[in-house]
Design a protein around this ligand. Sequence first.
Ligand code: 3HC
Length: 708
Amino acid sequence: MTVTDQATGGATQPAELRRQGRVGVITLNAAPVNALGARLRAAIRARIEEAEADPEIGAVVLTGAGRLFSAGADIAEFDGAADGPDLGELIDRVEDTEKPVVAAIHGQALGGGLELALACHHRLATPSAKLGLPEVKLGLVPGAGGTQRLPRLVGPRIAAEMIVTGKTVGAKAAQAAGLLDAVTAEDGLIADAVTFAEALLAEGKPIRRTRERDERLLEARDESGLFDAVRADNAKLFRGFEAPQACLDCVRAATDLPFAEGLAFERDTFRRLMRGAQSIAQRHVFFAEREVARIPDLPADTPTRPIHRVGIVGAGLMGGGIAMNFLNAGIPVTIVEAAPEALERGLGLIRKNYEASAKKGRLRPEDVTTRMALLTDSLDFEALAACDLVIEAVYENRDLKRSIFERLDRIAKPGAILATNTSFLDVDAIAAVTSRPQDVIGLHFFSPANVMRLLEVVRAEKTAPDVVATAMRLARTIGKIAVQVGVCFGFVGNRLLDQRQREADRLILDGALPRDVDRVLQGFGLPIGPFAMMDLVGLDLGWSREASKGESVRDILCERDRRGQKTGAGFYDYDESRRATPSEEAEAIIREVAQRRGITQRTVSDQEILERCLYPMVNEGAKILAEGKAWRASDIDVVWINGFGWPVYTGGPMHWGDAVGLPTIVESLRRLEAEHGPDFKPTPLLERLAAEGKSFSEFDRERSAKRG
Ligand code: 3HC
């Protein structure tokens, strides 16, 4: 029986104390990730007090059960008042312990989990362990002493870098930096930690508390410009985000202030950020990205189909990018093209991409060889017969795609999943040309497919549940975040994009300049404005001279060979290094089209640009929900954050809509409807939620409660 069992009569505790000789081993045991919620905090404090009071125990090892040490504070607690000891107080209490405490880390020690380890008097970890303070990704600073203790162990530069980026470090690097005392054997963590603790007892040296160690701070005190350099090195992370600067300020406080004052500064900063809109939005995204994997009518035990080989039709940019995802995950791929030159080009591009990654040190040279060896190419469709999943990735043409599916139906083995990578087309209609619509699904990758995290899993009317479950599982295997969507024009992502594009196109006729629209939307936090984006993609995508009526701005730009960056001109002019400058010619074309349509151009305010571009997206999101094409509002947020770079600190379009206030949005849409027509008509769901004083997150909660 453990010491804890004796105290509790055998009931399982979130933290248990077991004695091994003179060492008390406290094990955190709160599945799945040992998040430091109220119960676990209370249990750790109790076990520490028991160990301290037990005369048989001379030293303590603190470790975690399950797959990791601890994922940190319980994020789900942040929105309510938490019970029991505050995490910061608990961690201070651990540091105060009169007997040496050794943290024994495996898996990961993150956030509050690492802060707990930092307050232990020694730290050991397995070779595969990872350590980090990822709070910044939740719009926070570490709030339980991390910004004060980490610089004391590793120096302010490494600490600032780790805290600002939120990246984890491996055990070896952590040891080199001074964060770990030693790296143990992979399988002998507890035994090694107990031996380490026994050695401490034998030595009988006084306890060294992290808060008292300031030699590393002194070392760096004169390094002027250190914080500016960290900011400059990570400039991208600071754009629009509040937390990274707050992280730097806290580490600076560690170097400038006595420990207690630095700690108080950190705690105030943490509390301020936690109540702020950015962290609320980023926490929403954290949970939304996990919730999205749960499909209400697909029980967790839905069977999946084994996928040993993936076939890809089309070796273009998209097909090649899709292939790389599977090769990266060690899954063999057969890629088929109609023409030898196209196949050659496609294979060359894949190899070039890998070689570029190897050059940058992101891949080992031998990985390039291993991955390319998993790739089989063919000009013969029959080669797809051996595949368990075939993804069609040819250009967006309904008849072409349907003819490919007719062929796949004849060739593919029974039970193979047949997927189309369409962006807009009707997956039901594609499925209907086969004799096995239950095996057909849409897998909408975003370009570049080997980089973008989003995958829209388009569930058609007859798609079998195990096919959906397989797609969701496979997405995880290849590191994508999958969102199940229903069949409709543009699915979720492009359907919202269409709304924004329509208004952007109208705004420039009304008098806004392309650069105004781009500036406002970029200022909002989107990575690129709609006109710069069109120039980047190419204005002639889906355009042809024969079909052009010469009526729209785009028609005329294309006719004049202003087809975007690739022709050196589009909505903007471009120099040799593709730097954009405003274009007199494009602006004259816009004025001309406006005049022809009888539009009197006027000054358009930034606020009008923002409202006209973004409110219809929220409205369309509500329509999608009402039609059941997405399960949750938060799924729509996940799509736009991962597929289009919507700023995570506003939580996605639907969360942002909630933050603006649905009544405000409805009121503006009604006004815009009166001025500009029915495209702005608020959808009934949006009107209802606004009238009832409800938000999309309440809608999600109610819907999920109804589904039980
Ligand atoms: N709090 C609450 N729940 C958490 C959690 C946390 N810190 N970390 C993970 N979870 C939950 C997830 O929501 C998920 O729940 P679900 O199964 O109900 O959806 C479950 O644990 C498993 O998580 P994942 O699906 O993410 O599992 P993975 O194996 O893919 O990843 C992980 C594990 C790397 C630990 C990842 O969950 C993660 O990055 N967690 C967050 C780590 C973090 O940000 N820590 C800092 C917290 S803030 C803090 O500590 C403040 C302090 O400074 C005061």
